[in-house]
Design a protein around this ligand. Structure first.
Ligand code: SAH
Length: 251
């Protein structure tokens, strides 16, 4: 799939595109990222693309014309145009899974105080990465692209994607690597044995525990399987008895 990023700061993307998983996805031809400088579509010799807001107020707004022209310069039949903006529902893993199927995503990065409202009418969707205000859409656009690129077939191993946080509406279970003991803190015994059925149950239980600890809101309205309900009861009992569920092997 292809991304066309419309930005005032294309140089911000060189490290992003040249590093790690994103770099490999580009090298393997799975993803293409082109950066377009909105300033190239300025209508004046000073290359300005912003102006003061009608009605007064602080700061500068990006003008509609350069944005309109920048979109037109990259638009294809299959283009889906998004605007990075704090004025949207926060972006979720489910959005990454929905957008991974688009063939061409055009991402507009705002800056300064934002955009002339008429530019917002040129788009298909606004994406916010969270309830806070950034100084520009560039970092946010990298968050969105990264989350979509790693889901593309052939970028990372399918198994790595199978049990990740948020899929299944649970956070990921704790993971450990060598050494088996560090400063007296041992890896849970169950992971060192080869009982895969038990390990699966332990992981499910720990995913439930992590989610209860940090993101109870994810569990609201979720349908639990019988197995999950049993694991939740076990967790409750262990916690009441003052045990650390990480180190209880019974599952
Ligand atoms: N005055 C605007 C904020 C402008 S911030 C307001 O109050 O709504 C400048 C630009 O940064 C925005 O146009 C947008 O592209 C980007 N941005 C800021 N916060 C963001 C967020 N949470 N998610 C995605 N993009 C964001």
């Amino acid at each position: 799939m292809k991304f066309s990023v419309l930005t005032l700061f294309p140089e911000m993307y060189s490290t992003f595109c040249g590093t790690s998983i994103v770099k490999h996805a580009i090298e393997r031809g799975i993803t293409e990222i082109e950066c377009i400088n909105i300033r190239d579509f300025s209508n004046n010799k000073f290359r300005h693309i912003d102006d003061t807001p009608y009605g007064g107020g602080a700061g500068m707004l990006m003008q509609v014309e350069p944005i309109d022209k920048a979109i037109a310069s990259v638009r294809q039949e299959n283009s889906y145009v998004v605007l990075m903006s704090p004025k949207a529902k926060p972006y979720k893993q489910a959005d990454a899974r929905r957008l991974m199927n688009k063939e061409h995503i055009v991402i507009i990065c705002g800056h300064y105080e934002g955009l002339d409202y008429r530019a917002e009418e040129l788009i298909d969707e606004k994406i916010s990465i969270g309830d806070y205000v950034l100084s520009g859409g560039e970092v946010a656009s990298m968050v969105v692209m990264d989350s979509i690129i790693r889901l593309q077939k052939g970028v990372i191993r399918d198994e790595s994607l199978d049990e990740e946080s948020f899929d299944n509406a649970l956070l990921e279970y704790p993971q450990f690597t060598k050494p088996a003991e560090y400063k007296g803190r041992r890896v849970p015994e169950i992971l060192l044995g080869g009982n895969h059925a038990k390990i699966r149950l332990w992981r499910k239980k720990m995913a439930l525990y992590e989610t209860l600890k940090y993101r109870k809101d994810l569990l609201r309205g979720r349908k639990f399987s019988e197995e999950e309900i049993r694991l939740l009861h076990q967790l409750k009992k262990e916690l009441e008895e003052g045990k650390d569920p990480l180190y209880t092997y019974e599952v």
